[in-house]
Write a protein that binds this ligand. Structure first.
Ligand code: DAH
Length: 375
């Protein structure tokens, strides 16, 4: 018996399955289920036509054939649509998520250096660098450490095997535009220094730049000198043969130790938060009086702990009032001007600030360490 409603059900079933068929494989399954020669449902109806009574065969046959044509057309249309949507062979899959790219960070030492530069720039200091290859005069002699002065032993020096002769190392100012220019044009009438002494050593401290600057520029002076320094030290928990310092030097009329203390307190609070400082009498040949400066230990609040080894204080730098002999060495009149200076290691500050107990970590380029210092 020809069953027209069965035909309608088949049509509806095909329509809903077609709507859900989004892949070639689903289309093939649909094709098989409805049109395959052996088991297709539409094929089965066609095969059954000869068994129908003659009067029904014609009308029903044309209905089944219409459905078959419809199904074939719909399948072909969907297959063409899928083919059109398929990317061409070798195409880039733009839906793939992008690979993560590693974003660089500012090295913790550079972060501290930038912070220090920022603090002093806001206080009106000029930031400048000096040469790392120095001569004896700037690194020692003019800083009141003549040959054979025992204070030279405080810093074990790396000497060049072949001195560099004839170099010219003037103080260089970093202008507002960031371009380094020779100090000569800004020397305010003072003769520029053409340094012809042989450079024989790697500077042991940034204090050498005090001399270079004062020989080149007249007072007043307010400078910050960050940079690398070198010493004959073996690598261990707290020493490296090459590290970074910064030096501050302020010279003018009426500069007193109160200015020094105020500046140190500002620096300490900016770097470490709400800390106290104390000045301990000390000795440096280029300052008189000299003081070592401690900050109160933040880990214990000053009561003593393992970080400060029970002292409640942590030493951060050396400082003092510029020694008259230094002023005389650079041609300043110690009766006219006074000044203060201080210098410290950037690694040391970074270790205290971040609680790092091994200086070598700063130089090992280990990302597990460096990634702990986001900006
Ligand atoms: N130059 C000293 C050092 O390397 C640090 C220092 C101490 C610098 C006292 C100064 C100063 O300017 O006044 O350990």
């Amino acid at each position: 018996m020809a069953d027209l409603s069965a035909l309608e059900r088949l049509r509806a079933e095909f329509a809903s399955r077609l709507a859900a068929a989004a892949t070639d494989r689903a289309l093939k399954a649909l094709d098989d289920d409805f049109l395959s020669r052996k088991s297709g449902t539409v094929t089965a109806l066609l095969k059954a036509l000869p068994t129908l009574p003659a009067e029904e065969r014609r009308a029903f046959g044309s209905q089944v054939n219409a459905l078959k044509t419809e199904v074939e057309a719909a399948l072909a249309e969907r297959a063409a649509a899928l083919a059109a949507a398929r990317p061409p062979a070798g195409a880039v899959d733009i839906s793939l998520p992008a690979r993560d790219c590693a974003i660089g960070r500012v090295h913790p030492l550079m972060q501290v250096r930038q912070q220090v530069e920022d603090i002093f720039t806001r206080m009106g200091y000029e930031v400048l660098e000096g040469p790392e290859v120095e001569d004896d005069v700037h690194n020692f002699e003019a800083l009141n450490m003549p040959a054979d002065h025992p204070a030279r032993d405080m810093q074990d020096t790396l000497y060049l095997s072949h001195p560099i002769v004839g170099g010219t190392w003037g103080a260089h100012r970093v202008s507002q535009s960031g371009v380094s220019q020779s100090g000569v044009s800004q020397s305010g009438g003072q003769a520029p220094e053409a340094q012809v002494r042989a450079a024989t050593l790697l500077r042991t401290h940034t204090s050498a730049m005090q001399i270079r600057y004062m020989k080149t520029f007249p007072p007043p002076v307010r400078i910050l000198v960050p940079g690398r320094v070198y010493r004959r030290d073996n690598l261990d928990l707290t020493h490296t043969p090459c590290f970074q310092q910064f030096e501050a030097l302020v010279v003018g009329e009426g500069i007193t130790m109160a200015h020094l203390k105020g500046t140190l307190l500002t620096l300490a609070r900016e770097l470490f938060g709400d800390v106290a400082i104390r000045l301990r009498p000390s000795f440096f040949p280029y300052t008189e009086p000299s003081a070592e400066v401690d900050v109160s230990c933040r880990a214990c609040g000053g009561s003593g702990c393992s970080v400060c080894k029970g002292a409640g204080w942590l030493e951060i730098l050396g400082s003092g009032m510029v020694h008259p002999a230094v002023f005389e060495a650079v041609g300043y009149d110690p009766e006219q001007v006074s000044g203060f200076a201080f210098g410290t290691g950037i690694e040391r500050l970074a270790m205290l600030k971040y609680g790092v107990d091994d200086i070598r970590l700063f130089y090992e380029s280990d990302l597990r360490f460096l990634e702990q210092f986001p900006l």
